[in-house]
Design a protein around this ligand. Sequence first.
Ligand code: PMP
Length: 386
Amino acid sequence: TRPHPNYYGAGPALLPSEVIEDAAAGMVNYQGLGIGLGEISHRSGQATEIINGAKNNLKQLLDVPDTHEVFFAQGGGSGGFAAIVYNLLGAYAKETGKKGKVDYFITGDWSKKATDEAIKLGADVNVVSDSRKFTDNGKFGVIAPQDTWTFSDPKDTAYVYYCDNETVAGVEFPETPKIPEGVELVADMSSNILSKVLDVSKFGLIFGGAQKNIGIAGVSFYIIKKSLLPKADVATLRKLDIAVTPSFMDFEIIVKNNSAYNTVSIPAVYVVEKVSEQLIKKGGLKVQQKEAEEKAASLYAALDAHKKLYNLPVAVADRSKMNIVFTIHGEGLEDKFLKEAAAKGLTGLKGHRSVGGIRISNYNAVTVQSAELLKDFINEFAKQNE
Ligand code: PMP
């Protein structure tokens, strides 16, 4: 087996080595069929078993209630930004005969992109809160206080959207945001799904690209309240000036076809099945949450202990447990940090190109031992450069 890497990239990200090796073997010859996972039909018995297996594992891990359905689709996280607008405006029109308003939290680059996409697709967007107005430098780095949030009238609102963990800004909602009663809550959990216990019943929709915590690129996951699947008919949508959902991103069509309306990536779903299976064996999300919190706490503590060198821009209460971002004071020290870390086999630490600095991604596949190694390096580098 491959030695498990000390890799902290933000996505595509590290996955359990056993899963990757198992999937690699399956790509060559799956279950003795003589053909691999990428070659079998997406409607074959084997593929159906993989899709159902991945679905059921996610249902079990997240304790998904009967009111909700899990499905897989294409388009990644960004595909979700668009699909949500079409589908949920359509569902709201079916329910109320109106074009609903949509409320967006802007807490980082990804929710900003989702907001821009909703505007582009003709949604009537209200920004609940823009975090950049709450920092000294006008950059992301905090969740604004709840008493500053401005929601639309709940009687007219199709949904409230937020990104639970901002992968670039390193900001994570410390708890599920409280929104007006009766309004559907939509969450992008691309970079923290399966890192903590969740109460799915609070959500109308949870979605994300798989390529961080639960799989490889090529598939995205959705958990949707079943009552949001039916949409108003085309004539009604046209009358209300709501864009009609393209079939391949129509949640109702996808669910009716068990995630195989068009050709879903079976190798990608297989990896989700195996990652989630391993997590069930490990003890589930309570165990994983505790581990993630402990790894993050130990890394943040090491950084906080050397404030003269390391600068952590995110408000303490809103620090992400998945993406730990910081800069290093002093000419050339970030490059030196990256180089010396790489020499020790600690890689994937360069910050996002839009913000620079250093980013440690602390996803589920980053072991306690790997987090420990990095913590030791952070301390050692501080001793030598402070
Ligand atoms: N949302 C979040 C929180 C992300 O981190 C990313 C990708 N890094 C996306 C959405 C976009 O995902 P994709 O590249 O699959 O479109």
